[in-house]
Design a protein around this ligand. Structure first.
Ligand SMILES: NC(=O)c1ccc[n+]([C@@H]2O[C@H](COP(=O)([O-])OP(=O)(O)OC[C@H]3O[C@@H](n4cnc5c(N)ncnc54)[C@H](OP(=O)(O)O)[C@@H]3O)[C@@H](O)[C@H]2O)c1
Length: 208
């Protein structure tokens, strides 16, 4: 973010630990005071802890921060930044970055899968609430993407650049549900043979 800010003088960055409610509340306050008009909110930050509940390295202390970052912060920021988005003229969007795992979970990372499933339901419901306003609620569903989150695991990953291009295209086209890469295939499998689709995703070769 600092590199971007140096390269493009109109970019301004703010940092916060979004797993901590007091930090995202202060961040939202700071942003609304500095910028009274927000056009697009992209909820992208997330972590994925991989141990299962019965693994020796599962840590109880990771549960709440993972839920706060992946889900609570998304719900809270959508509310706290709303006053700067509601408008009679501008078209605005909230984009939530989701995962194929919201549609069918894998065995590991149950908290991550749960937060992404919750994000899907939350996004749809918030979309209904904002139907009569200038704000569209969009979701991009990613397959396995080559980023630090998936470092050292998985094959056939989408490049981060391609994922970003598809995400931006989805915003431009106002796609409420943007299925990216192999998530399109997952949707078809879920419609035709849901049991097979869930079994494939259980041991996860399509998305993390
Ligand atoms: N990679 C995949 O295969 C994949 C698949 C489906 C969905 N997704 C989704 O895509 C989105 C981006 O993930 P990614 O693959 O780019 O993961 P990543 O490489 O691990 O990046 C995670 C991002 O979240 C930020 N972040 C982590 N903890 C934070 C915290 N406590 N407070 C504020 N920011 C925090 C990180 O910021 P710092 O760099 O400053 O730590 C980083 O920008 C996530 O929503 C993820 O669920 C990814």
């Amino acid at each position: 973010m600092e590199t971007l800010q140096k390269e493009f003088e109109n970019i301004k960055t703010y940092g916060a630990d979004l797993s901590k409610p007091q930090e995202y509340e202060a961040l939202a306050d700071q942003i609304v005071k500095a910028h009274n008009q927000i056009d697009v909110l992209i909820n992208n930050a997330a972590i994925q802890n991989t141990p299962t509940y019965i693994d020796d390295d599962f840590s109880y202390d990771t549960i709440i921060p993972e839920i706060h970052l992946n889900f609570t912060a998304v719900c809270a920021l959508s509310y706290l930044l709303l006053p700067a988005m509601l408008d009679d003229v501008r078209e605005c969007a909230i984009l939530n970055i989701n995962s194929g795992l919201a549609l069918a979970p894998k065995k590991g990372s149950a908290i991550y899968c749960g937060t992404k499933g919750g994000m899907d339901v939350f996004s749809r419901s918030l979309g209904y609430q904002l139907e009569q306003t200038n704000i569209r609620v969009l979701q991009a569903f990613l397959p396995l993407v080559d980023t630090p989150m998936t470092h050292g695991r998985g094959t056939g990953k989408l490049t981060a650049q391609r994922a970003a291009q598809d995400i931006v295209l989805g915003i431009e086209q106002g796609k409420r549900i943007n299925n990216i890469g192999k998530v399109k295939l997952l949707r078809v499998l879920l419609a035709l043979t849901p049991r097979l689709a869930r079994n494939v995703m259980k041991s996860c070769s399509i998305s993390r």
